[in-house]
Ligand binder design. Structure first.
Ligand code: URA
Ligand code: CA
Length: 433
């Protein structure tokens, strides 16, 4: 088989066979096919697209390029959740405990944050003692015993995707639906999930800026999942403004605990119920989304979800007393209030830039090597659509330095207040089940 023939075939709009797809994925991973040929093929795919069968084959070729996590020691249907990334997205922390409390095992492999989006592991590490270094045996046992566990990324998962993504990044071939969908799905499948729930974000703070693009990506991923034998559902949710009120590691842990107590921000609670319902259905613990939602509301109301969270924190070495006493979480030295400069309605809280503002305080990593300050961040007091009076607090800045003028400027620039009433954005834009 020759790579140039595969490139020409795709350039001409023809369908690639399973063998041809495996040939280039394996050849590229092993280093026998050079970057320039693969970039050419990526560009051909960008223009010519792939059909459902090719997309499924590409996904599985990437899954098989490296290690796969074996979760067979865990009883039940393992359902994983993936978000395409956002600002202040604390969902995973609450959701894992909620879903586990309904009897669906959640065995999660998570990453650290990079840039202005946070990572679940960083957030959890703001709980004193919490660690994610579990052996495979400990991981399996913990999920069987208490319903959930989180480990850091380990093993050599999807090396083909790592190489392809890095190449796409510098060859103008990232924004291609078949390439993005297979990239994301290959990682979830290699991590061992039996079933997958996807939260595809749309809006200013999201990877997919427009609803139409988010919808195409969501449908593509659901199709891939179902074609390779992993039941998959998706939602499309708003990321034009940050999720919830808190942005920053310890601040988001507190918000997740509030959510588990039933007192979380309205949007975060709703997102947890919506995604959780899909997870409980896919996990076989409810026959319909409505039935699943009732179960989730019950485990919040009767405290069972919070109980699972406490056990989970304790099992991973963390101090679970933060649950009853969140002031034990790392606290920043200064709490600086940002007053509204005029009265009116909040029209915009641009998620991307608010995320960058939190990063400037030290809550996020500018590069992979940066260290982060777990205590700092932002707490919004208003969301889009809210009325505001001049002088009222828009945001509390949690900082470990006195001079936050750069952050203040950024916040004023990216929080827009207008005269006329503004509608709050719809959070859940579509449910694909
Ligand atoms: N995120 C991924 O993991 N892969 C892509 O291709 C794009 C975004
Ligand atoms: Ca939040």
């Amino acid at each position: 088989m020759r790579m140039v023939d595969i490139i020409e075939k795709k350039r001409n709009g023809e369908e690639l066979t399973t063998e041809e797809i495996r040939f280039f994925v394996n050849g590229y991973t092993e280093g026998t096919i050079p970057d320039y040929q693969v970039s050419s093929l990526m560009m051909a795919i960008y223009f010519q697209d792939m059909n459902d069968r090719e997309r499924a084959d590409l996904t599985m070729a990437m899954v098989e390029s490296g290690d796969q996590i074996d979760l067979s020691g865990i009883q039940g249907i393992k359902v994983d959740k993936h978000s395409t990334g956002g600002v202040g997205d604390t969902t995973t922390l609450s959701l894992a405990a909620m879903v586990a409390a309904c009897g669906v095992p959640v065995a999660k492999m998570s990453g650290r944050g990079l840039g202005h989006t946070g990572g679940t592991i960083d957030k959890l590490e703001s709980i004193k003692g919490f660690h994610v270094e579990l052996s495979n045996e400990q991981f399996t046992k913990q999920v069987n015993d208490i319903g959930t566990a989180v480990i850091g990324q380990s093993g050599n998962l999807t090396p083909a995707d790592k190489k392809l993504y890095a190449l796409r990044d510098v060859t103008g071939t990232v924004p291609s639906i078949p390439l993005i969908a297979s990239s994301i799905m290959s990682k979830k499948i290699a991590a061992g999930a039996d079933a997958i729930v996807l939260d595809v974000k749309t809006g200013d703070g999201a990877f997919m800026k427009t609803f139409e693009d988010a919808k195409s990506l969501a449908h593509a991923m659901v199709q891939i999942g179902n074609n390779v034998g992993r039941n998959t559902m998706a939602i499309i949710s708003d990321m034009s403004q940050p999720l919830g009120f808190a942005i920053g590691n310890a601040l988001e842990v507190k918000e997740a605990i509030d959510t588990l107590k039933g007192n979380g921000p309205e949007d975060l609670m709703e997102l947890c119920y919506t995604l959780g319902s899909q997870m409980v259905v896919l996990g076989g613990k409810a026959n319909s989304i409505d039935e699943a939602r009732v179960k989730l509301e019950e485990v919040i109301a009767n405290g069972q979800a919070l109980e699972v969270f406490k056990k989970f924190v304790t099992a991973q070495g963390g101090d679970a007393s933060v649950v009853d006493n969140p002031s034990l979480l790392p606290q920043a030295k200064y709490q600086i209030e940002l007053p509204a400069k005029k009265s009116g309605y909040v029209a915009k809280i641009e998620a991307d830039d608010i995320g960058v503002a939190a990063m400037l305080l030290g809550a996020g990593r500018a590069t992979k090597e940066s260290t982060i300050d777990l205590s700092v961040g932002l707490v919004l007091h208003k969301k889009v659509g809210d009325a505001v009076q001049e002088g009222e607090t828009l945001v509390t800045i949690h900082a470990n330095r006195e001079d936050v003028s750069e952050v203040v400027d950024k916040l004023y620039k990216h929080i827009e207040i207008v005269q006329d009433k503004v509608e709050a954005p719809t959070l859940i834009k579509e449910v694909i089940a």
